[in-house]
Design a binder for this molecule. Sequence first.
Ligand code: PLP
Length: 373
Amino acid sequence: MDRPEVDELTPPDRTLMGPGPSDVHPRVLRAMSTPLVGHLDPAFVEIMDETQELLRYAFRTDNQWTIPVSGTGSASMEAAIGNLVEPGETMLVPTNGYFGGRMADMARRAGGEVVEVDAPWGEPLDPADVKNAFDEHQPDVFGFVHAETSTGVRQPSVPELTSIAHDHDAYVIADCVTSLGGVELRVDDWDVDVAYSGPQKCLSCPPGASPLTLNDRAMDKVLGREEPSRSWYLDLSLLEGYWGDERAYHHTAPITNVYALRESLRFVAEEGIEQRWDRHRDVAGALKAGVEAMGLEMNAADEFWLPSLNAVRVPDGVTDGAVIESLLANYDVEIAGGLGDLSGDIFRIGCMGHSARPGNVSFLVSALGETLR
Ligand code: PLP
């Protein structure tokens, strides 16, 4: 077999305004090119501590158990569900978007039974429906998606949802993949037991190490399981040995991704978390105003609008794929189309982290306007 001849890597220089990843700041890329140390090096142990402290700040939590899980957002998602849901237990999941379906799949693979609370794609869950589902099914675990990337809907009334669950002695898992660092999220004040996220959305960090936080109540459940979680790699009782006080080997952490996450989270702390939520709302507000001024319609009602992911309805007679391709080919801008029930019906335009800048918004709005003309 001939030796392959492949050129040195020169990826295109895109503006990332899709559902993630978002643009990465050069400082984060520089952090990734700093020297590698070992995953048990005392210097890395200090970096782990700092990353955990920065993550607690971003999540608005004092949870001791706050770590980056090795892998993408689906890894922190599966760590949450696969450890919380024990065989034979019931998990209540939402049907109002793509990622509720993934929660259901993971809960079944963990040996759980799945029951659903319905809402149409493009709308949030109604607390009254959640309460009815609790009364009917008495689930052990309730999962919901705080920022549904497939529909551009923000779930309001989170404290109401968590109090329904706690009145029924259940545990709450919140999918915060598209909200952490971009949309108001208060894990402790809102009484969320477990929250997971991904780094490549509002934190503007390359994928690879994904935030997860659990309160003591949830961690007690995990540590008291009758049988171990079905995944060895994501077993939190084993990961505790590495991320807890002991700092003993479990697996080799993705060191460079932890560097990147630490640097991205330093940006969050420098800006201030609340100021960052405000920036996302203001910059995405300009994007929303721009597309509406063009005569386009948002998919979500204003009360549930998700600044980090703007779902814009594809106008009649327009093929979404052709617009998306043209933006990429002619303007080097990435946006995406709809998923599942909304496939072909919406454009998904992200406004996340370092991508959430006024210059990007004017550029995108004019490029989209030109393309649709
Ligand atoms: N949950 C939500 C709401 C997401 O948007 C995503 C990814 O887009 C995930 C989970 C899964 O994350 P990943 O693709 O990083 O595995």
